[in-house]
Design a protein around this ligand. Structure first.
Ligand SMILES: Cc1cc2nc3c(=O)[nH]c(=O)nc-3n(C[C@H](O)[C@H](O)[C@H](O)COP(=O)(O)OP(=O)(O)OC[C@H]3O[C@@H](n4cnc5c(N)ncnc54)[C@H](O)[C@@H]3O)c2cc1C
Length: 456
C-alpha cells in the first residue's frame, strides 16, 4: 500500500504541502480535508476586494478545487472537518454532510491556520459587526456594505475599524474609497505596533490627512444598536457607525492538535522543529497554526504571514517524500499599504524585546530620497535601522514613504538572514539609476549613519 499523507486545512500551508508532495512522488496517496468550500485562496486580498479593486472574490483563488483534483491528482475533500486526531491509532475523525468517518494516515500535517480574535464586546453579534479572516467573512462584509451602507447613503455614512493593525489600516483605506467617514479605534498610543513608533507616527498623520478619524489610546467597550449596528461605544463617547470591522489580531487554530497531545509553544501556537515536526512522531504543523524560529533571536516566535505558511508547507511536502527540507526561519518581514504610503518592517525593532534576547540595541532614523534628488517624482523615504552595540549586528529595520519602502525592506531582511554587521550592510553593492534611488541607496545611508554612531 502506498504511503498516505493526510493534510488538515486547504489553504496556503496545506495546499503547498499537498502539491509539493504529489509533484515529488506521484505514487503518494495525498488526502486534504478542508472544512470550508474555498481552497488555495488569498485572504490577503480581501481588503482590496472590499475596496473594489478586485471585482470578483473568485479572483483571489490561485488554484481551483477541480484543478487540484484533476490536474494534480490530490484527493481534496472540501466540506470535511477534522474533529479529532488519534496519534496512537494514526487516524483522524472527519465530519462531512452529517456523517462521521475515521481516516488513517501515515504522515499528518496540521495546517489549520488561525482565526480572527473576537473580543467579548457587548453587541459583537449585531448585524453590521464583522471580523475579516475567511473568504465567507469577506463576502458577507462586502455584501452588507453594498446593501446596507452604500445603497442607503450614497457614501455619506460612518463606519468603524477596531484595531490599528495592518488589516485595520487596509480596511480604513477600503472604506474611505467608498466615500465613508472612517473612525479607527486603537487602545495603544500608536497604530501598527510591530512597525515601531517611527513608522506609526508618519502613517497616523497620513491617515488623518486622508480624513480618517483616528482615536488612539481609546478602548472600545461595545457596540450599540437595535436590529442592526448603529454605534460604537468607548469609555467616553458613542460614535455613529453603520458597519464595524474588528481587527484585533488572530489566534492560532491549535486546539485540535493540542487535544491529541501535540505540544504548543509559549505563543499558544503549535511548537515545531526546523523541519516542521511536532513532538508527536509523524505529525507536522505549518502556517498560521504553528510557531517558527526567529532569524535574529533564534527562539520560537509566532508571526502568522502568508510566505511563512507557503514555504513551510512546501518544505514539509518535500520532507514527506523522503528528502528532509527545513521550513526556514522568519524575521517578521511585512509591508502594508496605507492610502498613498508604503510601510515595512523586518527583524527586532523594539528595545525591550532586543534586550530580552541579550542584545544592546541602538538605532538611527534617516530621511532620504526615493530617487535621485533631481529626478521627477522623488519622494521622501524614512528608514530606521537597529543594531546591537556589542557586535554591530543588524537587528531590524522599518521604512515608510510614498515609494520604495515595501520592497526595499527585503535588502535588510536578507542582511538579517546573513547575520550581517552594519559595516557589511553599508558595503553592499546595491543597484543605482536615477529613477530608482539615489547613488547611495537609503539603506546604505542608514547603515553609514548607524556605523558612525556605533563608532562614536
Ligand atoms: C485580511 C487579511 C489580510 C492579510 N494580508 C496579508 C499580507 O498582506 N501579507 C501576508 O504575508 N499575510 C497576510 N495575511 C495572512 C495570510 O493570509 C495567512 O498567513 C495565510 O493565509 C496562512 O495560511 P494557512 O494555510 O496557515 O492558514 P489559513 O489560510 O487560515 O487556512 C487554514 C485552513 O484550514 C481550514 N481548517 C481549519 N480547521 C480545520 C479542520 N479542523 N478541518 C478541516 N479544515 C480546517 C480552514 O477552513 C482554512 O481554510 C492576511 C490575512 C488576512 C485575513
Amino acid at each position: 500500500m502506498s504511503h498516505r499523507f493526510v493534510v488538515v486545512g486547504g489553504d496556503a500551508a496545506g495546499m503547498s504541502a499537498a502539491s509539493k508532495a504529489k509533484r515529488e512522488n506521484p505514487d503518494l496517496d495525498v488526502v486534504v480535508f478542508e472544512k470550508g468550500e474555498w481552497v488555495s485562496y488569498g485572504a490577503c486580498g480581501l481588503p482590496y476586494f472590499v475596496k473594489g479593486d478586485i471585482p470578483d472574490i473568485e479572483d483571489l483563488v490561485a488554484v481551483t478545487p477541480e484543478a487540484f483534483r484533476e490536474k494534480r491528482n490530490i484527493d481534496l475533500r472540501t466540506g470535511h472537518e477534522v474533529t479529532a486526531i488519534d496519534t496512537d491509532e494514526k487516524t483522524v475523525t472527519v465530519e462531512a454532510g452529517g456523517e462521521t468517518t475515521t481516516e488513517p494516515y501515515d504522515t499528518l500535517l496540521v495546517a489549520t491556520g488561525a482565526r480572527a480574535i473576537e473580543p467579548p464586546f457587548e453587541g459583537m453579534d449585531l448585524p453590521g459587526v464583522f471580523t475579516l479572516h475567511s473568504m465567507e467573512s469577506g463576502e458577507a462584509l462586502r455584501g452588507y456594505l453594498e446593501r446596507e451602507v452604500l445603497a442607503d447613503d450614497a457614501g455619506a455614512g460612518s463606519v468603524a475599524v477596531i484595531g490599528g493593525g495592518y488589516v485595520g489600516v487596509e480596511m480604513a483605506e477600503a472604506f474611505a474609497e467608498h466615500g465613508l467617514t472612517v473612525h479607527m479605534f486603537e487602545m495603544l498610543p500608536h497604530i501598527l505596533q510591530p512597525f515601531g513608533e517611527e513608522v506609526a507616527e508618519v502613517v497616523e498623520e497620513h491617515l488623518r490627512e486622508q480624513g480618517v478619524e483616528l482615536h488612539l489610546d481609546t478602548r472600545v467597550e461595545g457596540f450599540v444598536g437595535g436590529e442592526e449596528l448603529s454605534g460604537v461605544e468607548t469609555e467616553a463617547e458613542t460614535y455613529d457607525a453603520e458597519l464595524a470591522v474588528v481587527g484585533v489580531g488572530v489566534a492560532p487554530n491549535a486546539e485540535l492538535a493540542a487535544e491529541a497531545g501535540v505540544e504548543r509553544g509559549d505563543s499558544g501556537a503549535i511548537a515545531v522543529d526546523e523541519y516542521g515536526r511536532t513532538n508527536v512522531s509523524d505529525v507536522f504543523a505549518a502556517g498560521d497554526c504553528a510557531e517558527a524560529t526567529h532569524t535574529v533571536t533564534g527562539s520560537p516566535d509566532y508571526v502568522p504571514l502568508a510566505l511563512t505558511a507557503n514555504r513551510a508547507g512546501r518544505a514539509i511536502g518535500q520532507t514527506v517524500t523522503g528528502d528532509p527540507t527545513t521550513v526556514g526561519e522568519i524575521a517578521g518581514t511585512a509591508a502594508v499599504k496605507a492610502f498613498d504610503l508604503e510601510a515595512a518592517r523586518t527583524g527586532i525593532l523594539d528595545e525591550p524585546r532586543a534586550k530580552q534576547h541579550g542584545f544592546e540595541p541602538t538605532k538611527v532614523t534617516i530621511t532620504a530620497s526615493s530617487r535621485a534628488h533631481y529626478y521627477p517624482g522623488a519622494k521622501e523615504l524614512q528608514v530606521t535601522l537597529v543594531a546591537d552595540q556589542e557586535t554591530n549586528r543588524v537587528l531590524g529595520a522599518s521604512m515608510v514613504g510614498e515609494e520604495g519602502a515595501a520592497k526595499r525592506i527585503d535588502t535588510v531582511a536578507a542582511a538579517l538572514d546573513a547575520e550581517m554587521t552594519v559595516d557589511e550592510l553599508q558595503n553592499l553593492d546595491l543597484a543605482y539609476a536615477p529613477p530608482f534611488s539615489p547613488t547611495w541607496d537609503p539603506v546604505l545611508t542608514a547603515a553609514k549613519v548607524l556605523a558612525g554612531k556605533l563608532g562614536d
